[in-house]
Design a protein around this ligand. Structure first.
Ligand code: NAD
Length: 518
């Protein structure tokens, strides 16, 4: 997922606050103390489960605690707790639900620095970006708080004074399963529309980043939402399966890889449960020679290097029209080399550490493979060791730009999920569009051009759920977000999300006598 909104939302004076945050919770001191499951309004240890995994601070490589994986009994208790809360919550008016969500949004705002700091410690992304993520998170709660009171059905007049109406009703207990790249934001993007519509939720974050969604659970309780309305169970694939297969679960909303998304869909199909799938991507960015070059370069950086490149909507296939290829490449390399990598808790760092060592090694191996297949490393692509000794075991790499790329190379075809941009050249619009669409993914796409007609023609032709004209990865909560093709289906955010967390009941009302056909 993405730089979800304008970076401008960072408040004036935030840099001062960031420095305070980094000093008081300096990398190297944080240790997890409390249980990470949240059930019936309290933090709890899981009742069962026989597996645990160590949790890391990516910036230092330090172990900061343990994540205990939940078993079937714990999952069942969490679902029961959600069912009980659903009975109360679903009877409230939209306005009442909206008020509670608005209160929760205010509490997130108050704890903005604390939540962002925890996110940075557990995920490795820069505090600069983590703060933006938290802002987008409370905005999501505010947005759906506003919509909650507007949810309504239709009135349809029929012959003879009879009529019908529709009711927009909640689904029941919804399950949210999240990825590790935007832990707090994903929990908010799923829970805000779900709760606004009157549902309850059991959320399972990624076992790599389990900490911040429990803060959200505490905030919901503090805001006065019923105990058990939002529960957190920790675990990996097995815990996720217990959730998806639970007979009392009405819907699964999943963010993660295509391969897991397929399994989720298979499990949900057994219970005929609706699913929302927010999956991976390998999105194209088309840079035409009539663009504002400086903007296109900035856009390419935004499309590739936010959250260390671990962003589903990233435009990692950068198609550049041949006559500006040299100028564009020179400038994008120049700007990439200036990106400040290092301690993510420092306010001026723009690239922190990747999520864990195996993932870092995987991303570096994509670079090695790209070289073997004939790509040229124009900058970066190496292990990076910051000067600060406490960061020496962190999971850093330098942002990489690959030139001489061809459509059939692995780096151009597969999602790398790291800071690796592939540059490709093209001659005509038709050719670029055909090559851009030649992928099984369809999450996002972008175009840089000064030609208005071309811009709209190209985005109309792109097979992708979200398209950007003359910018990239700007995704405010008012806009629906989701994929085409194997990048998934269903939408998060915007009014569109309501349809995926509610069901429509039609009520026919007879005003005359029954005229039987028998
Ligand atoms: P992943 O698929 O490995 O895991 C995602 C979640 O699914 C985790 O919570 C994991 O524990 C759980 N899980 C794994 N196997 C499961 C199973 N069999 N049943 C139920 N749950 C299971 O993905 P990841 O590595 O955490 O995240 C990276 C991927 O997520 C990338 O492909 C990225 O593009 C995608 N992503 C997509 C979006 C989007 O909005 N489209 C946003 C963020 C990340």
């Amino acid at each position: 997922m993405l730089l979800r909104s304008a970076l401008l939302s960072l408040r004036p004076g935030a840099h001062r606050l960031l420095r305070c945050a980094s000093m008081s919770t300096a990398t190297g001191t944080f240790q997890l103390q409390q249980p990470l499951n949240y059930r019936a309004g309290a933090r709890v240890q899981p009742l069962d489960g026989n597996h645990s995994e160590e949790l890391y601070e990516p910036a230092t490589g330090r172990v900061i605690g343990k994540c205990l994986f939940s078993g079937e009994k714990e999952v069942d208790l969490a679902v029961q707790s959600a069912q009980a809360a659903f009975k109360v919550w679903s009877q409230k008016s939209g306005m009442e639900r909206g008020n509670a969500l608005w209160e929760a949004a205010s509490l997130i705002r108050e704890r903005r620095e604390e939540i962002a700091t925890v996110e940075t410690i557990n995920n490795g992304k820069s505090i600069f970006e983590a703060l933006v993520d938290v802002d987008i998170s409370w905005q999501s709660l505010q947005y759906f708080a506003g919509l909650a009171g507007c949810l309504a059905g239709q009135h349809i007049q029929l012959p003879g004074g009879s009529f019908a109406y529709t009711r927009r009703e909640p689904l029941g207990v919804c399950v949210g399963i999240g990825a590790w790249n935007y832990p707090f934001q994903i929990a908010c993007w799923k829970s805000a529309p779900a709760l606004a519509c009157g549902n309850a939720m059991v959320f399972k974050p990624s076992p790599c980043t389990p900490i911040s969604s429990v803060l959200l659970a505490e905030i919901y309780s503090q805001a006065g939402l019923p105990s058990g309305l939002f529960n957190v169970v920790q675990g990996g694939a097995a815990t996720g399966q217990f959730l998806c297969q639970h007979p009392s679960v009405s819907k699964v909303s999943f963010t993660g890889s295509v391969s897991t998304g397929i399994k989720i869909m298979e499990m949900a199909s057994k219970g005929v449960k609706p699913v929302t799938l927010e999956l991976g991507g390998k999105s194209p960015l088309l840079v035409f020679s009539d663009c504002v070059l400086e903007n296109a370069v900035k856009g390419a950086l935004m499309a590739n290097f936010l959250t260390q490149g671990e962003v589903c909507s990233n435009g990692t296939r950068v198609f550049v029209q041949r006559d500006i290829l040299h100028a564009f490449t020179k400038e994008v390399v120049n700007q990439t080399q200036k990106i400040k990598i290092g301690d993510p808790l420092l306010g001026d760092t723009r690239m922190g550490a990747l999520i864990n060592r195996p993932h870092l090694e995987k991303v570096l191996s994509f670079v090695t493979q790209a070289k073997e297949q004939g790509a040229e490393v124009l900058c970066g692509g190496d292990l990076y060791v910051p000067d600060d000794p406490k960061l020496k075991d962190g999971f850093y790499m330098s942002p990489c730009i690959l030139g001489n790329c061809e459509d059939n190379m692995t780096c151009v075809k597969e999602e790398i999920f790291g800071p690796v941009m592939s540059i490709l050249s093209f001659d005509t619009e038709e050719e670029a569009l055909g090559r851009a669409n030649d992928t099984c993914f369809g999450l996002a796409g972008g175009v840089f051009t000064r030609d208005l007609q071309r811009a709209h023609r190209v985005v109309a032709g792109l097979q992708a759920g979200t398209c950007f004209v003359n910018n990239y990865n700007i995704i405010p909560v008012e806009l629906p977000f989701g994929g085409y093709k194997m990048s998934g289906f269903g939408r998060e955010n915007g009014t569109a999300a309501i349809a995926y967390y509610s069901q429509l009941k039609t009520v026919y009302v007879e005003m005359g006598d029954v005229e039987s056909v028998f």
